[in-house]
Design a protein around this ligand. Structure first.
Ligand SMILES: [Zn+2]
Length: 127
């Protein structure tokens, strides 16, 4: 599914927000890595903010970013279990990945971002 996006084990194209097209990470700045990480769904079906009831999904494909300053544009949301969630700096959609507070490394989920330069055409957010 994501093989086309990988060149020399790095991101072949620019990484953008799927919702507002903001540039998040320039090409060849992230290293492909496979992890098994549970991230909250981008749209919570319930409205409670209680972290114990937030619905999550397991994501496997990530761009590993060694330093948060490598990002062109990224925001942070709440911290859960020593992870700070990454969100779009412009439209605040997320989590797109997470920042590990202990190691200071960042991981961006391939499934949650858009690859390339062309505008995303009216993609509806997942329900
Ligand atoms: Zn955005």
């Amino acid at each position: 599914m994501c093989e086309n996006e990988i060149l020399n084990n790095k991101n072949k194209q620019n990484v953008r927000c799927r919702y507002c097209n903001s540039l998040i990470l320039r090409k060849q700045q992230g290293e492909y890595t496979k992890l098994h990480i549970d991230l909250p769904l981008m749209h919570q079906k319930n409205t409670t903010k209680d972290v114990n009831t937030i619905e999550t999904e397991e994501l496997v494909d990530f761009w590993f970013v060694n330093d948060m300053f490598i990002f062109e544009n990224v925001g942070f949301s709440n911290t859960v279990n020593k992870r700070k969630y990454l969100i779009c700096a412009d439209c605040e959609m997320g989590p797109l990945g997470y920042h590990d507070i202990a190691t200071k490394k960042c991981y961006l989920a391939l499934q949650r971002v858009h690859h390339g330069n062309e505008q995303v055409k009216n993609e509806n957010p997942p329900t």
